[in-house]
Design a protein around this ligand. Structure first.
Ligand code: ADE
Ligand code: ZN
Length: 329
């Protein structure tokens, strides 16, 4: 079986961040929206560093204005992701970009996304679940309506609550209200931490937000006590190596700590984060893990088993996906 055809699970993607540049370009043209110079000469997204990436990302999002735009986006993303063997994917969706935190509007966007997900499941054999996401650099107050949207729509499609955005804005504890609201509604939790903020940010995130998973978490490698806490609390890291390399959270693939984390006993999985921004796919991630660290089929099977075990889906879905991950020969 080719690397591309191998069945895969990815738990850390951002729905808007999966939008191909040509898709955003076409929407901007259709709607006559000036999104500024967000593309390079090759038609790819152009950004200098993480802060600039967030600005370009948000500029691209201004073209996504209606539930219908999100329906088209979801279909396009799932067709492309399924072509790389992904059979189960979790994606972050932000009420901020889907109706500005208004609950009624959010429900309309969600219905369109779920509709497309159902259609894509039938057509392409990929299952999608959504994690409602607050945007950290929009501030603690803006995260509250996002958490309320999560609490009110938790169910078959929305399976978790999380936070993305500028990690160095505020401290994790500033966002505890939103995480508490989501937890009290029964949602499992994840939060971006340790992409930029090191082991201290991971430690505070676990302490103050009581998450089940951490987005990235690579900074934990700096502190053995934090690694031990991650292991003891059975927290799983959603590692996105290609994203880390392009955004320069690490110097290059060879110095990425994913092997050290795994060898230290931490549960790691691999995802693409925002694939067109980082010129990556799940096929490319696996290919680079093979080239850089010599990872083989057994390592990838282990990654996928860890991922489906830590997925926020219901048990029937977990059982069904686990079966589809089993080696065929
Ligand atoms: N939003 C989209 N991608 C992100 C990343 N890698 N880190 C934080 N926020 C994000
Ligand atoms: Zn992310």
């Amino acid at each position: 079986m080719t690397v591309q055809a191998m069945p895969k699970v990815e738990l850390h993607t951002h729905l808007e961040g999966c939008a191909p540049p040509a898709f955003i370009h076409a929407l901007a043209y259709e709607k006559k929206i000036d999104i500024g110079g967000i593309f390079n000469a090759d038609g790819g997204y152009a950004f200098r560093d993480f802060d600039h990436f967030l600005k370009i990302y948000e500029a691209a999002c201004t073209t996504l204005q209606t539930p219908e735009d999100f329906r088209r986006l979801t279909m396009a993303v799932l067709e492309e992701t399924a072509a790389h063997g992904v059979i189960y994917m979790e994606t972050f969706v932000s009420p901020d970009f889907c109706g500005g935190g208004d609950l009624a509007a959010w429900k309309d966007y969600l219905a369109a996304i779920k509709d497309a997900a159902d259609e894509a499941e039938a057509k392409f054999g990929i299952t999608l679940r959504g994690i409602v996401t607050g945007i950290r650099h929009f501030g603690p107050e803006a995260c509250k309506p996002a958490a309320r949207c999560a609490a009110e729509t938790f169910g078959d499609f929305i399976t978790g609550y999380g936070m993305a955005g500028g990690e160095m804005v505020g401290r994790p504890g500033d966002y505890a209200y939103s995480f508490d609201m989501a937890r009290e509604a029964g949602l499992p939790l994840t939060c971006h931490a340790g992409e930029w903020g090191g082991a201290t940010m991971v430690k505070e995130t676990i302490r103050d937000l009581k998450v089940e998973r951490i987005g990235h978490g690579i900074g934990a490698i700096e502190d053995r006590a934090v690694l031990d806490e991650i292991i003891e609390k059975d927290i799983m890291l959603e590692v996105c190596p290609g994203s880390n390399v392009v955004l320069k959270a690490v110097e290059d693939w060879a110095s990425h700590p994913i092997v050290k984390l795994r060898d230290a006993g931490v549960k790691v999985t691999v995802s693409t984060d925002d694939p067109p921004f980082f010129h990556t796919t799940m096929t490319a991630e696996y290919t680079m893990l093979n080239r850089t660290f010599g990872w083989e089929v057994e390592d990838f099977q282990q990654l996928n088993q860890t991922a489906i075990a830590a997925a926020f889906c219901d048990e029937d879905t977990r059982t069904c996906i686990t079966k589809r991950l089993e080696p065929t020969s």
